[in-house]
Design a protein around this ligand. Structure first.
Ligand SMILES: [Zn+2]
Length: 332
C-alpha cells in the first residue's frame, strides 16, 4: 500500500480537458489516499515509468487558484520534489530552431541567462490575492531540464516521433474523447494581427471572417523547407520563454507587442501562481494564436499533445535522481 510520502512529482492540469488527458497518460492508476478536511483538492494518483505522480486540477483558472491548489497539495504530499504544469496556451506565430509555431505544437519553458524561461510580464499590474509575488519565477529543477534536453537531443537523431505515440492512450473513438482528435491543418488559421474577429461568440466561419485576411504560412513552408514536419504524425516541440500573466490575451497586436518585448513563444495564466516558490516545468500545447479569433476547436488536441510530452519526460528522468532532489519548502 502506497502512502502520501511515496509521491514525488505533482502534475497540475488546470482545466478539465487537460485533467482527462493527464489521467489517460498514466501507466497505472492508484487508489485514493485519505486527506485532511482542510485540503479541498481532488487528486488522481498513479505512476508513469516508475514515478509516482499526483495529478491535481484547479477549481478555476488563474494564478491565485493555482497557488492555493499547489500549497494544499504540498501540505498533503510532503515528499513532492517538483511539478509539471501541463495544459493549453495561446501561441505566438513565430519561428524557432524547430520551425514555425503552429496549433497543436508544444511549448516548454527553457531558462535563459537571466530568467527561468517563464516571465511574469504583467507583474505589478492588478495584483491582489492570496499569495505574495516576488516577480521572479523559480527555474525548473535540473533533473527536469536534463530530461527535457535528453528528450530533445534524442528526438533530433531519431526519425520516429517519441511523443506522438502516447496520443494513442486517448481512445478518440469514444464519443467523450473525440475532441482530442487532430483537427488538421485545414483548421489552423492565422489571421493578420490587425484584422479583428467579426462577431464575438461566433466562429470565424459563421461570422465570415475574411479568408483573405489570413496569413498564408504555406507560402513560406513546404516540404522543401529545411524544417518541415508533417503534423499528422509528429508533435513539434519548441523550447523557449513562456509569458505568464493575469489575463487571457486575445488581441493579435498586443500579442505581438508582448511577445517582442519578452521573446515569448506562448501565453498562459497559471505559472506565476505555481512557480512563485515551487520548482516547475511549464508545458503548453498551443490551442490558439492569442488573438480575437481564438476558439475552443483545438483545446482537446493541444491538451493531448502537452500531456503526451509530459508523459515522455518521465522516460528521461531516473527515479533515483528525482528522489535525490531537495524537497522544496511547502509554502504557507
Ligand atoms: Zn475570426
Amino acid at each position: 500500500m502506497l502512502t502520501h510520502d511515496d509521491y514525488t512529482v505533482a502534475w497540475i492540469a488546470p482545466l478539465e480537458v487537460e485533467l482527462i488527458a493527464a489521467r489517460l497518460m498514466l501507466d497505472t492508476k492508484h487508489e485514493k489516499l485519505p486527506q485532511s478536511p482542510v485540503d479541498h483538492n481532488v487528486y488522481a494518483l498513479g505512476s508513469i515509468h516508475g514515478h509516482n505522480i499526483v495529478i491535481a486540477s484547479l477549481p478555476t483558472t488563474g494564478n491565485t487558484s493555482a497557488a492555493t491548489v499547489v500549497t494544499q497539495l504540498r501540505n498533503t504530499f510532503k515528499q513532492i520534489r517538483f511539478g509539471l504544469l501541463v495544459g493549453i496556451g495561446g501561441g505566438v506565430p513565430t519561428r524557432t530552431d524547430n520551425g514555425p509555431v503552429h496549433l497543436g505544437d508544444v511549448i516548454v519553458n527553457k531558462p535563459e541567462r537571466n530568467h527561468s524561461g517563464a516571465i511574469q510580464y504583467d507583474h505589478g499590474k492588478a495584483l491582489e490575492g492570496h499569495f505574495r509575488r516576488t516577480g521572479y519565477l523559480v527555474p525548473p529543477p535540473t533533473v527536469l531540464l536534463n530530461a527535457a534536453q535528453d528528450l530533445s537531443t534524442e528526438q533530433a537523431i531519431t526519425e520516429d516521433d517519441l511523443v506522438a505515440p502516447h496520443l494513442q492512450k486517448i481512445n478518440t473513438r469514444l464519443p467523450a474523447l473525440r475532441r482530442y482528435r487532430y483537427p488538421g491543418p485545414d483548421r489552423d488559421h492565422l489571421y493578420k494581427s490587425d484584422y479583428p474577429h467579426r462577431t464575438e461568440g461566433s466562429s470565424c466561419h459563421s461570422c465570415a471572417c475574411d479568408p483573405l485576411q489570413r496569413v498564408d504560412r504555406n507560402a513560406n513552408e513546404s516540404q522543401n523547407d529545411e524544417i518541415y514536419y508533417d503534423r499528422s504524425s509528429r508533435i513539434v516541440v519548441h523550447r523557449g520563454t513562456i509569458a505568464a500573466g493575469e489575463r487571457v490575451i486575445k488581441d493579435g497586436r498586443l500579442r505581438d507587442e508582448l511577445a517582442n518585448a519578452h521573446g515569448a513563444l506562448c501565453f498562459e495564466m497559471e505559472a506565476a501562481g505555481v512557480m512563485n516558490d515551487f520548482p516547475c516545468l511549464v508545458i503548453r500545447g498551443i490551442s490558439d494564436y492569442a488573438d480575437s479569433h481564438k476558439n475552443d476547436g483545438w483545446h482537446g488536441y493541444a491538451s493531448a499533445t502537452a500531456a503526451a510530452y509530459a508523459r515522455q519526460l518521465f522516460f528521461h528522468m531516473p527515479v533515483d535522481e528525482v528522489k535525490q532532489c531537495a524537497v522544496g519548502l511547502a509554502s504557507t
